[in-house]
Design a protein around this ligand. Structure first.
Ligand code: HEC
Ligand code: HEC
Length: 376
C-alpha cells in the first residue's frame, strides 16, 4: 500500500498544476455554521469549488457517512469541531493522533532540511510526523485509512467519485480523455482538494491580529503585553518556534506562527494510549534515526483558541493547561514522565517562571489569532 501511495503522488506532482485563488483580493467571508460555509462559494476557482464539494462529500467513505469535513470542520479552522482527542471515522473507529487544523497548513514547505536556530533540521511536510512530503501526497491517505474513510483502494474511491453529482464538473474542467482510469480520476480529484485547501476560504487571514497589522484596529493593553511576552526570546520564548515574523521558507510572506520544525517538547503519554507503543513521531519514517524519536511538527497557532484539544495526541483540553506545561514541565511532578525521554528540548521551555498574570496575558494574545473578527 505504502509504495502505491508514493508512486501515485510522484506522478501527481508531475502532472498537475493547480489553479489557486488570489488570497488578498477576496472579500472577508463570515459564517456561523458548516452549512453557511458550504453554501457560500464566492471567489472560488472551478477546481477549488470541486475540491470543496469533494471535501464535504460523505458518500466517499466505506460505508458512506464520513467526509473530510467530519474531522476538519470550518467552524474550528478545519480541525475536529467535536473537540475529542481522537476523531471518530468510519464505524466510530479512532486513531492515536489529534485531527490537525487545516487552515494555513498549505503554506508549509515540502519536507526538507533548513537551517533552524543555527542547526540543519528537518522542516515542513504534512501530518504531525511529516509523513507526507508534499501536500498532494497527504490527501491520498485519509481515503484508504481504515480509521478514517476506509476505502479498500483507489479504484473504489474513483467509482464513488464517478457517481457523485459534481463528477460532470470534473469532466468539464479536465476533459473526459484525461479521466480515463481510476488513477487519473483520483489524481485530479486530489488536485481539486488541494486547490480548495489553498483558497481564501480555508486561509482567510481575518483575525484581529491581521487587522491590527493592517492598522485597522488596536490591540488592548493586555493583548499587547501578551504579544511582547510571546515574542520575548528570553521570557516565554514561544516565537522561537511559533514565529512572529514571516517564515523564510514558507510559501507566503504572512506571519504563520510556526517554523515547521520538529521538537520533542516532553509531553506525557495520553492516558487513553497507555497500552500503545510509544509514538516515535518524525522517526517513524526517518529510518528510526534515534535523534528524531519523539519529535513532532510545530503547528501554526492561528485559530488556536478554537481548535482544542491540543498537541499531537490531544492531551491538553485548554490553553491554560498548555501554558502550565510550558511554564512548569521541569518543576511540576505531574509532568515528570514524558512519553519519550530522549531528545527533549530543555533549552527553550520547562521552567519559564511566568506569573499567573503573564500567562493570562499570553492567552489573551492567542485569542487575537482567531479568524472571523469583525471590525468595530
Ligand atoms: C476520521 C477523521 C478524519 C478524516 C475523515 C479525515 N482526516 Fe485529515 N486528519 C485527521 C487526523 C487525526 C490527522 C492527523 C494525523 C497525523 O498527523 O498522523 C489529519 C491530518 C490531516 C492533514 C495534515 C495537516 C497538517 O498540518 O499537516 C490534512 C491536510 C488532512 N488531514 C486533510 C484531510 C482530507 C483532505 C481528508 C478527506 C479526504 C481528511 N483529512 C479526512 C483526521 C481525519
Ligand atoms: C522549541 C520549539 C517550541 C517552543 C519554544 C514553543 N513551542 Fe509550542 N509547540 C511546539 C511543538 C513541536 C508543538 C507540537 C508538539 C506535539 O504535539 O508533540 C507545539 C504545540 C503547541 C500548541 C498546541 C498546538 C495544536 O494545534 O495542538 C500550543 C497551543 C503551543 N505550542 C503554544 C506555545 C506557547 C504559548 C509557547 C510559549 C510559551 C510555545 N508553544 C513554545 C514547539 C514549540
Amino acid at each position: 500500500m505504502k509504495k502505491a501511495v508514493w508512486g501515485m503522488a510522484f506522478v501527481l506532482t508531475l502532472m498537475v498544476s493547480c489553479k489557486t485563488d488570489k488570497l488578498e483580493e477576496q472579500e472577508p467571508f463570515y459564517y456561523s455554521s458548516d452549512e453557511e460555509f458550504f453554501n457560500n462559494n464566492a471567489g472560488l476557482s472551478d477546481s477549488a469549488l470541486i475540491g470543496k464539494l469533494i471535501f464535504f462529500d460523505k458518500n466517499l467513505s466505506e460505508p458512506a457517512g464520513i467526509s473530510c469535513a467530519t474531522c476538519h470542520s470550518p467552524m474550528s479552522a478545519f480541525s475536529d469541531s467535536r473537540h475529542t482527542s481522537f476523531s471518530a471515522g468510519v464505524n466510530g473507529q479512532t486513531g492515536t493522533r489529534n485531527a490537525s487544523a487545516i487552515s494555513y497548513m498549505t503554506f508549509a514547505p515540502n519536507r526538507r532540511a533548513e537551517m533552524v536556530r543555527g542547526i540543519w533540521e528537518t522542516v515542513g511536510g504534512f501530518f504531525w510526523d511529516g509523513k507526507a512530503e508534499f501536500l498532494n501526497q497527504q490527501a491520498l491517505f485519509p481515503f484508504v485509512h481504515p480509521h478514517e474513510m476506509n476505502n479498500p483502494g483507489y479504484g473504489a474511491v474513483a467509482d464513488k467519485l464517478k457517481r457523485a453529482d459534481y463528477y460532470p464538473k470534473l469532466e468539464k474542467l479536465f476533459g473526459k480523455a484525461a479521466l480515463a482510469d481510476s488513477q487519473t480520476i483520483v489524481f485530479y480529484a486530489i488536485s481539486c482538494i488541494q486547490a480548495f485547501e489553498q483558497s481564501h476560504q480555508v486561509n482567510p487571514f481575518t483575525s484581529k491580529f491581521d487587522f491590527y497589522l493592517k492598522g485597522k484596529v488596536q490591540l488592548t493593553e493586555q493583548e499587547k503585553r501578551g504579544m511582547a511576552l510571546f515574542s520575548d526570546t528570553t521570557k516565554a520564548k514561544c516565537s522561537l518556534c511559533h514565529m512572529t515574523s514571516p517564515t523564510p521558507y514558507a510559501t507566503t510572506d504572512k506571519i504563520l506562527f510556526t517554523d515547521y520544525s520538529y521538537d520533542n517538547i516532553g509531553l506525557p503519554k495520553h492516558p487513553d494510549l497507555l497500552h500503545m507503543p510509544i509514538d516515535s513521531g518524525l522517526a517513524i519514517f526517518e529510518n528510526k534515526n534515534p535523534l528524531e524519536v519523539g519529535r513532532f511538527k510545530s503547528p501554526t497557532l492561528r485559530n488556536i483558541a478554537i481548535t482544542a484539544p491540543y498537541m499531537h495526541s490531544g492531551i491538553f483540553g485548554t490553553l491554560e493547561e498548555v501554558l502550565e506545561f510550558y511554564n512548569e514541565r521541569d518543576v511540576n511532578p505531574k509532568f515528570a514522565h514524558p512519553e519519550v525521554a530522549e531528545n527533549i528540548n530543555t533549552a527553550d521551555m520547562g521552567d519559564l517562571k511566568l506569573t499567573e498574570q503573564e500567562i493570562k496575558d499570553i492567552i489573551a494574545f492567542l485569542h487575537t489569532l482567531t479568524d472571523g473578527y469583525r471590525l468595530p
